[in-house]
Design a protein around this ligand. Structure first.
Ligand code: BV8
Length: 250
């Protein structure tokens, strides 16, 4: 059984991380082109740094933690990938969790096979070398380079390690391969507005069972075999329990 999951901001909403397009959407007050494009960063780097500094600080707030949906996905991955389950099938199972979210809540919940296709908020990248560093502090134009802290010319050469609009998402080949062999595709808490993420469902085979969990209909809803309307913390654990029973997972 090959499982491919795609999550969006809706799975982290109940952990207190604002979605992009909800009433408290992140983009409100910030035009996309000003804070999530290379051009916006070139124009006003400091305001883009502030936008991500605020989100990086908020993500590390004590009240922000994985919720029942994140935890259920981590548990389900363990069950799908357990050696015991593999024995019952002619071939080993596969599991991939692709997330559009740049928060670290899936990894903190215990998910292992996670592909953050739009980057990670708690990582930064050197503009000159593309080297990636773990990062929990603020970034600014005066931030010393971690590898050359005493060199004033190396200051301010770090950017958030996130994929902006117009930039190439991460892992597209791996995602396409997983989509082409997926037996089940789950899309959880994503508005289906941003490509190529929103096109992944169409990369699955006609035989793939496509399930969407969302509060509302999305432009892609009609492509799914099953659309479950409700909150991720309620509907994800219930769906995964149902699938685990259907597949007799441990
Ligand atoms: C690219 C990281 C070239 C940064 C993000 C015209 C038409 C089509 C496409 C384009 C176009 N013009 C330009 C494009 C391409 C563009 C695009 O799609 N634009 C859109 C706006 C039209 N895409 C790009 O530029 C991408 N790159 O195309 O490069 C390329 C491509 C392929 C091959 C070669 C070259 C790069 C896009 C990545 C941008 N970076 N994030 C950051 O986070 O700051 S995008 C960001 O918004 C997220 O990462 C996510 O991907 C995206 C959408 O957000 P969602 O996760 O879906 O969240 P949203 O708030 O929208 O929705 C939440 C959903 O949850 C809702 O449905 C809601 O009902 C539901 N929900 C809420 N609460 C709950 C819930 N569900 C359940 N339970 C709840 N409690």
């Amino acid at each position: 059984m090959n499982v491919l999951v795609l999550t969006g901001a809706g799975i982290s909403a109940e952990s207190g991380v604002p979605t992009f397009r909800g009433a408290d959407g992140l983009w409100e007050g910030h035009a996309i082109e000003d804070v999530a494009t290379p051009e916006g960063f070139a124009r006003r780097p400091q305001s883009v740094h502030q936008f991500y500094n605020q989100r990086r600080k908020q993500l590390q707030h004590a009240d922000v933690a994985p919720n029942a949906a994140h935890l259920a996905l981590a548990e389900f991955e363990q069950a799908v990938m357990s050696p015991h389950t593999a024995d019952d099938h002619e071939s080993a199972n596969q599991f991939l969790l692709v997330t559009q979210n740049i928060d670290n809540l899936h990894v903190r919940a215990g998910s292992q096979r996670v592909l953050p296709m739009h980057g990670e908020l708690l990582k930064v990248r050197c503009i000159d070398t593309d080297e990636v560093f773990d990062w929990t502090d603020d970034l600014s134009l005066d931030t010393p380079h971690p590898q050359d802290p005493s060199n004033p010319r190396a200051r301010g050469r770090l950017r958030p390690h996130v994929v902006w609009f117009g930039e190439m998402p991460i892992g597209l080949d791996r995602i396409a391969r997983a989509a082409s062999t997926a037996d089940v595709f789950l899309a959880i808490g994503t508005s289906g507005l941003v490509y190529p993420a929103a096109g992944i469902v169409r990369q699955t085979s006609p035989a793939c069972r496509r399930i969407e969990i969302n509060l509302d209909d999305t432009p892609a809803s009609s492509v799914f075999d099953e659309t479950i309307r409700g909150k991720a913390t309620v509907e994800v654990p219930q769906l995964l329990d149902r699938l685990a029973k259907e597949w007799k997972l441990g």
